[in-house]
Design a protein around this ligand. Structure first.
Ligand code: ATP
Ligand code: MG
Length: 222
């Protein structure tokens, strides 16, 4: 069964009299263990597509299925449960909370999930060790490099052991060495834990590492 399936999905934006078709009747499928990239020029619809797949946005037309279940008639509440249980997001701007430490940024997800407090420390240190961040647990995001912040964002996306990770231009703000390290890490998680990944990127290094490249232009496959 597919982890994600989208069927003839479109997303229109109305700007006054003008309608922009950001995603245009697009169909695609992701299977368990995929390591795929959405590649396309600026404005081609990559972010819109990731938001639709992750249930952060609803299609104007067409259907999205997660684990075979249609998301169309789900309430906001049900959609947020689905995201919390199954999907990890990594955004370009990291979205770390500046007033919380590295540890607390990750702990927040466990608190939202209602995981018993006594389990937090072991879980968090295990994921920090995996990402070579254990020495930085008490730092604030502003005291970290871009690559380190990105790794914290990855740790936060992984802490609830999602089956699907969506990452919007994960290497966009990184130097090439940090970008390479991040990709190696994601590849390892993909190989060892069969986490399904979908990235967007226009970075050729990222595109070259993907097992499958989904090319889009003007919201369509090309
Ligand atoms: N909220 C919005 N309102 C109106 N138009 C929008 C909105 N968000 C995106 N668009 C338009 O939809 C199209 C696709 O945008 P999207 O952000 O998905 O592209 P992208 O491929 O992620 O681009 P980039 O590589 O620059 O991040 C663009 O023409 C954009 O201007
Ligand atoms: Mg984008």
């Amino acid at each position: 069964m597919s982890v994600v399936k989208i069927d003839k999905v479109s997303r229109f934006y109305k700007n006054g009299l003008l309608t922009v078709t950001a995603v245009d009747q697009l169909s695609m499928e992701l299977h368990k263990g995929d390591f795929s990239v959405i590649a396309g020029p600026s404005g081609s619809g990559k972010t819109t597509l990731l938001n639709l797949i992750g249930g952060l946005d609803k299609p104007s037309e067409g259907q999205v299925f997660i684990d075979g279940e249609p998301t169309q008639n789900k309430s906001e509440h049900q959609l947020s449960d689905l995201r919390r249980e199954k999907i990890g997001f990594i955004f370009q701007a990291y979205n770390l909370l500046p007033v919380l430490t590295v540890y607390e940024n990750i702990q927040l997800i466990l608190q939202i999930q209602g995981i018993a407090e006594k389990l937090h420390k072991d879980k968090i240190f295990a994921i920090l060790a995996e990402l070579d961040l254990q020495d930085l647990h008490a730092r604030m995001p502003a005291e970290l490099s871009g690559g380190q912040q990105q790794r914290v964002a990855v740790a936060r996306a992984l802490i609830n052991e999602p089956k699907l990770i969506l990452a919007d231009e994960p290497t966009a703000n990184l130097d090439s060495e940090s970008a390479n390290k991040l990709m190696d890490l994601m590849q390892r998680l993909n190989n060892e834990k069969e986490v399904t990944f979908l990235f967007s990127s226009h970075d050729q290094m990222v595109i070259d590492k993907a097992k499958k490249v989904i090319r889009i232009r003007d919201g369509k496959l090309c």
